[in-house]
Design a protein around this ligand. Structure first.
Ligand code: GDP
Length: 295
């Protein structure tokens, strides 16, 4: 599970602080040095760590903390607040338009977990009372269409497919189908590639221009750490994304990507995948994540 090492190290730092009673500026400084190391070892982006520690340090050496009766607890509270701010203060939701259908375009590199998560998201939205339609736009591998059919069936969600034809045509036809059959959410499973390349981006741009999605959601694999953050940055610059869905958080022991994405890209994580099963999926709650870290 993510944040294991980070959680252990931060707790060690805070235990030491608590054993001291009154704190001096240099105690705080020492503690912040350890916090910085712990974050770097958790694979949080260097600049994010630098800014985070500067912010926390500044608040911790303030009068109220050092002169308080429980200074160590104040430090923990400040770290908690700043961790939440780092991941996003408000709980980000999907922007549902007043006039359906809501079109969610799922993008991501091959293997990121995009197809699995298209189905997880569909199942989640179905449980919330929506009537989602999954659309097979990953036309380069016939296996990808079959895979979506299989997970769609497991999720109890209709899958729209037209075989291996132009995905722009598929997505526009899917829009018509959704309107005709009363689907209020359309989830496009677009093609992934091993690397970000111009052809992939051009295709995604064409779909974007044609269907004007309400939400472009990028799926990134938490296990790839800072690469996940770089992928998010590159997709945002080339295509423009609205949010991130972080998959495989169950297999990532460090958690650095989850802590860096918002600060680096300005785009919030809205959902996380916590396993291969369709129910292993939840909305991203920065406060819950912070309390998991500070456990
Ligand atoms: P795509 O190529 O991006 O569509 O990726 P897939 O949806 O096919 O997923 C790639 C692999 O990752 C599959 O073996 C999935 O079972 C696995 N996978 C997807 N999401 C998760 C997750 O949240 N946790 C774990 N542990 N494995 C996942």
């Amino acid at each position: 599970m993510a944040f294991e090492g980070l959680s252990e190290k931060l707790n060690h730092v805070f235990k030491k602080l608590k054993s001291r009673g009154k704190l001096s500026e240099s105690d705080v400084k020492d503690a912040m040095r350890e916090v910085r190391m712990a974050l770097l070892e958790a694979d949080v982006s260097y600049k994010v760590v630098k800014d985070f520690v500067a912010k926390v340090s500044q608040r911790c050496v303030g009068e109220e903390v050092l002169s308080s009766l429980t200074p160590a607890q104040q430090v923990v509270k400040i770290v908690n607040d700043e961790l939440i701010a780092l991941m996003g203060n408000d709980n980000a939701r999907i922007n549902m338009p007043s006039k359906p259908p809501c079109v969610i375009m799922m993008c991501g590199l091959q293997g990121s977990g995009k197809t699995t998560h298209a189905a997880k998201l569909a199942k989640y939205l179905k449980r919330e009372g929506h009537r989602p339609l999954l659309v097979a736009c990953d036309i380069y591998r016939p296996a990808a269409i079959n895979q979506l059919m299989v997970v769609g069936e497991k999720a109890g969600v209709k899958v729209f497919e037209m075989g291996q034809i132009d995905p722009v045509v598929i997505s526009t036809q899917a829009m018509r189908y959704a309107k005709d059959y009363g689907h209020d959410v359309v989830i496009l499973d677009t093609a992934g590639r091993l690397h970000i390349d111009e052809k992939l981006m051009d295709e995604l741009k064409q779909i974007k221009a044609k269907v004007e999605p309400n939400e472009i959601m990028l799926v990134v694999d938490a296990m790839t750490g800072q690469d996940a953050v770089n992928v998010a940055k590159a997709f945002d610059e080339a295509l423009g994304i609205d949010s991130v869905l972080m998959s495989k958080l169950d297999s990532d022991t460090r958690g650095g990507a989850a802590l860096s994405v918002l600060a680096v890209t300005g785009k919030p994580i809205k959902f996380v995948g916590m396993g291969e099963k369709l129910d292993e999926f939840e909305r991203f709650h920065p406060e819950r994540m912070a309390s998991r870290i500070l456990g």
